[in-house]
Design a protein around this ligand. Structure first.
Ligand code: G1P
Length: 293
């Protein structure tokens, strides 16, 4: 049974400057909801309510977001806006959220190493705080299902275009079933000609406690950082790892174009915006087309 989740959210967000100069990228909202709230909701929807967020400098607003704000609540209550009031109460009560600060930014592997005392001897889920995955079955639940079947470390993967393999951790292995791969190779951001496949690590994992001694031995890798992918490769010498091809659509919020696409797509799906927003988009495109002619 997986009872704990870790959400690394300490990164600087350099791909989203200047917006992230003084605010965490994980708090950038898709319409009205910060990215990290979608990620916490995925944990909750997967049956996990004990969440450790790895935060760092300039990330205080994440803590505030999941805390209670009594002054704001009473103001909203006076206005008798029940829907918003209920949303505020929901956010505070979503899960038991703990925080630990990563004092130096030494990479994703180092961030996960900060969870060793919190997770102890139990397997745990990892969800990257800047990635939303929209799916019928929450992706973390899909990984938990694989973990229950194989009792091994599970990594979420998805097919990416070959020209993008150097942006991701890439895996290689042999098929155990339609969606499951027994891994033999793991490599962080390889050049295209060194990639064993175009199956990319998709920001969700179930890790066993064996990852911690592996992280201790992991040397700095890509970007001079301690990479989780490198620790997993080291661990694979003694422990088996499977990859699950996820069913869902991944949105990388840390990247400006994907952020825009996500906002448009989510807005088109929201009942109160879908019609007027679609009309606005059509009219805008038509007007811009006419200007070009
Ligand atoms: C991290 C991981 C990488 C993974 C990616 C998914 O990289 O190190 O293996 O494919 O997330 O989003 P980052 O994007 O943080 O550089």
């Amino acid at each position: 049974m997986i009872k704990k989740a870790v959400i690394p959210a300490a990164g600087l967000g350099t791909r989203f400057l200047p917006a992230t100069k003084a605010q965490p990228k994980e708090m950038l909202p898709i319409i009205d909801t910060p990215t990290i709230q979608y990620v916490v909701q995925e944990c909750v929807d997967s049956g996990i309510e004990d969440i450790l967020i790895i935060s760092g400098k300039g990330k205080r607003s994440i803590e505030d977001h999941f805390d209670r704000n009594i002054e704001l609540e009473s103001r909203i209550q006076e206005k008798e806006d029940e829907a918003i009031y209920n949303q505020l109460r929901h956010i505070e009560n979503m899960a038991n959220i703990h925080f630990i600060r990563q004092k130096e930014l030494n990479g994703l592997g180092d961030a996960i190493y900060h969870a060793r005392f919190h997770c102890g001897n139990e397997p745990f889920a990892v969800l990257l705080g800047d990635t939303i995955i929209d799916s019928v079955i929450p992706v973390t639940q899909q990984l938990i299902d694989s973990y229950e079947q194989y009792q091994q470390t599970v990594i979420a993967v998805e097919t990416v275009p070959w020209e993008k393999v150097s942006r991701y951790g890439i895996v290689g292995g042999t098929k155990l079933s339609d969606k499951i791969l027994q891994l033999t190779e793991l490599i962080e951001k390889p050049d295209r000609d060194k990639a064993p496949s175009n199956l990319a690590i998709a920001g969700r994992y179930i890790l066993t406690p064996e990852i911690f001694p592996a992280l201790e031995k992991t040397q700095r890798g890509k970007g001079n950082e301690i990479q989780l992918t490198d620790a997993l490769r080291l661990m694979m010498k003694t422990e088996s790892i499977v990859a699950t091809q996820i069913e869902g659509k991944r949105y990388d919020i840390g990247n400006k174009l994907d952020f825009l696409k996500t906002t448009v797509e989510f807005a088109l799906r929201r009942k109160e915006f879908s019609k007027p927003f679609e009309q606005f988009l059509r009219e805008t495109i038509k007007r811009l087309d006419e200007q070009v002619k």
